[in-house]
Design a protein around this ligand. Sequence first.
Ligand SMILES: [Zn+2]
Length: 286
Amino acid sequence: MRLDDFDNSINVEDQRGSGFSLGGAGGKVGCGSIVIALIAAVVFGVDPGQMLGQMQGADTGQVQTTGGHTAAESCNIDPLSHESCNALSSLNKTWGPLFQKANIAFTPPKLVFYSQMGQSGCGAAQSAMGPFYCPNDQGIYLDTDFYKEMDQRLGASGQFARDYVIAHEYGHHIQNMLGTSDQIRSAQQSNPGAANQLSVRLELQADCYAGVWAARNKDRLDPGDMESGLNAAHQIGDDTLMKGAGQRPVEAAFTHGSSAQRMQWLRKGLETGDEDQCDTFADIKR
Ligand SMILES: [Zn+2]
């Protein structure tokens, strides 16, 4: 997919090299250094902001990009970050106007980069969780190392497969903005027996929304993009993941939908480009 360079208005937070990556103990060490840095700053009359940046950078041996740094600086750290920022920017430009047209309030989500461990409004972020969306702070949490995992372990490679991941998480933001996630959460509370099935429907809808975004940027798709997206949807289907882990696929344990379902809903979005077609709840409403 040929996406434009990201717009500087995108909302990006960077937790890489912030000390979170070292886990709890590292965090504490980081805090101690901050106190020392501040004392030193007061004593020596150094700009505390500059001092903090240097101290934290020294802690982890990485460039410190949290706070005070622009989205551009965080996005330009490496090609995968850059690509993710481009996808976010394109998603904002696609979904923003649709909400405006429907007269529904819309705030673009933020993209939060972290490495191994991070902090989200929904609790600790860990790479093993894979990319996720936190409704409490409207953040899409991403450790770009996940893409290596996708490529090497899950057999889902290619730029469009990665764009699909961001677009899927963005789909959860759409659900949050529309109030769908809240409705489903209360339905799950009043009917715990259907909780799993309902969460699968939410996931499939996010896949469909990802397809709608791609369809609305059709002229930017390269040959093979749709296939690479559909392959990714197949590879991360619950039955395929369970088989890959040496388990027998059990539908009751599905959380995101089978490979066939995920491909079906991504394709529906891709083919129609119409978000109204993404009603994955239709058959259970009746
Ligand atoms: Zn999801």
